[in-house]
Structure formats: C-alpha cells, structure tokens
Design a protein around this ligand. Structure first.
Ligand code: G3H
Ligand code: 13P
Ligand code: ZN
Length: 307
C-alpha cells in the first residue's frame, strides 16, 4: 500500500478518542521495528524524519527504505517531516514524496511564523500534502531550536493562527518538552488549555511533541550497563492517554525509542564482550524498538486494531 495522507487517519482518531503515534526514524532497524509493531497491533503509523535524521541517513535512503517497508504492507502509513526548519526543506521532502510536513516557526515572532507557515501551506496543499504547524514553545533541545523555558500556547492566538495560515493540524505547548529530562517537580499537563484550544478550533487535530514517557526500567538499564542518564523523567503514560482521548490525534515519540535501543545494545555488549558483529546487537535493539512501539500503541495511543 502506498503512503497515505493523515487526513482520514486523524478524522478517525479524532472521532474515536485515540491518537496515532509519530515515531522518529533514522535507520533501517528503527523503521523495521516500528513497522513490525504496527503489523502486530494492526495500528496506523506515522514515521517521521527530522532535519538531523535527513542529514544523517540521506533523504533518498529514507524514502527507499520506506518503499521497501511498504511492500506487502496494508497498514495506513504516513511519512512526515518533523520540525521542518524552512520552506526549502519542506519543499524538498514534498517533492520527494512525503505525505505530511511540519513547518516549525514556533521560535519566530508571531507574524513571521504566520507568513512562513502560510507559504508552506500554499505549496503543500497544491500537492495534496498535509501541514502541521507549531504555536507556543516547548522547553528542551531540538536540532535548530533550543529553549530553556516553555511558553504555553495561547488559545485565542491559536484560533487566529489557524484561520490565517490554513494549516491542517497544530502542535501546542501544554507542558511536554523534548528529550529525557522533562520534569523536575510533579509532572503535569495543562488540560484546560488543551480543552480551550479544541473548543475554539473544533475538529482540528492537535499534536503533542515531547511526549516520551522515559520508562524507568530503560533508564536503569542504561545506567546499569555503563550509561549516564541520571534523573531522566518523562510524561506519565496516563496523562498522555487522557490527551489522546481529547483532541490530540498525533503523539510524537523519539526519546523512548532511543533509550530502548541504547539500553539494549549496552546490555548486550556488556554481557557478550566477545561480540563484534553489529547484527548481534542490532537485532535485539530492533526487537526493543518493536516492543516499545507496541507498548505505546496499547498504553498511550489507544490505536491498536484501528488500521
Ligand atoms: O524533536 C526532535 C526529535 O526528537 C528529533 O531529534 O533533531 O536529534 O533528530 P533530532
Ligand atoms: P520526545 O523527545 O519526548 O521523544 O519527543 C519527540 C518529538 O517531539 C519529536 O518531534
Ligand atoms: Zn518535536
């Protein structure tokens, strides 16, 4: 089955009170692990590529790997650009066959974010491609944006932004953040703000970035086998499940896949010091990706059986 647009996927998720996982991909094993999980759960999937991933693997390699992944696959799968930093990169992936792009102007002054997003929307819509935009700012680290503090999305500004830009979905800031260190105190999300945004923008799919849960067993595994990720904490799974039951239709997960792979590889190499064939540690790492994605589909997204 060819790549699909998120349009129908999100309409079903919105109506059904669940979300679709958007998992970051960088190489073959990650793509294979995610696809195996989707197949095992009969779940819709979004595979997303950041600017850093595109630079690391090469756009063409990712597209060819995705073509291979889609052979004999009847799941609905979206290929999405994550945190597109400029019009040129959005255009390049649209021309290459991606079915969805995020233009991230969240760090820009409001009017500039509106103008740049609108430019991407015009190009993308002419080609039938979906556009996610972002308003508000998440704390944490991304390829091109570093923010010490979050600035929560203003619901009235969100309504104005969507009307002016024509974007198809909107990433909002309600307390999540990128990376493995999300909360110093009690983890919480601003559900009132989410409800207000969706009340002003009925039917609009909302996106949550920075939505890894940082499962403690993988943090402990990393640390036990020579890693150093002290005090890593994520968004509790039950808070994300609640968001998925509201207007949140897309939940972005990267850090948890990184942790699962790295913890598994560390453990394997410590327990098997004679191994040096990459297949010996990449095969269990790929299984760890599959298991992590299945866990998300079941515990967080609620999209098992929704393909
Ligand atoms: O939100 C950012 C994603 O986790 C991608 O990270 O820019 O290091 O590829 P990256
Ligand atoms: P995490 O760092 O919480 O996995 O967030 C990933 C993300 O938002 C990708 O855009
Ligand atoms: Zn993100």
């Amino acid at each position: 089955m060819p790549l699909v647009s998120p349009k129908e996927m999100f309409a079903k998720a919105y109506a059904g009170g669940y979300a679709v996982g958007a998992f970051n991909v960088n190489n073959m094993e990650i793509i294979q692990g995610i696809m195996e999980a989707g197949r095992a759960e009969n779940a819709p999937l979004i595979l997303q590529v950041s600017a850093g991933a595109r630079k690391y693997a090469g756009q063409n390699y990712i597209i060819k790997l995705m073509q291979a992944a889609l052979e004999d696959c009847d799941l609905p799968v979206v290929l999405h650009l994550d945190h597109g930093p400029n019009f040129e990169m959005c255009k390049a992936v649209i021309d290459g066959g991606f079915t969805s792009v995020m233009y991230d102007g969240s760090h820009l002054p409001y009017e500039e974010n509106v103008a740049e997003t609108k430019k991407v929307v015009e190009y993308a819509h002419a080609k039938g491609v979906w556009v996610e935009a972002e308003l508000g700012r998440l704390a944490g680290v991304e390829e091109h944006v570093h923010s010490e503090e979050s600035i929560y999305t203003d619901p009235d500004q969100a309504a104005d932004f969507v009307a002016k830009t024509g974007c198809d979905s909107l990433a909002i800031a309600i307390g999540t953040s990128h990376g493995a260190y999300k909360f110093k105190g009690e983890p919480k999300l601003d559900f009132e703000r989410l409800a207000k945004v969706s009340q002003l923008l009925p039917g609009l799919p909302i996106v949550l970035h920075g939505a890894s849960s940082v499962p403690q067993e993988f943090v402990e595994m990393c640390n036990k086998y020579g890693g150093h990720v002290p005090g890593a904490r994520g968004v509790p799974e039950d808070l994300l499940r609640k968001a998925a039951s509201m207007a949140v239709c897309k939940i972005n997960i990267d850090t948890d896949i990184r942790l699962a792979m790295t913890a598994t590889i560390r453990k394997h190499l410590v327990e098997n010091p004679d191994d040096f064939d990459p297949r010996q540690y990449l095969a269990p790492a790929r299984t760890a990706v599959k298991e992590m994605v299945q866990r998300k589909i079941k515990n967080v997204l609620g999209c098992s059986g929704k393909a």
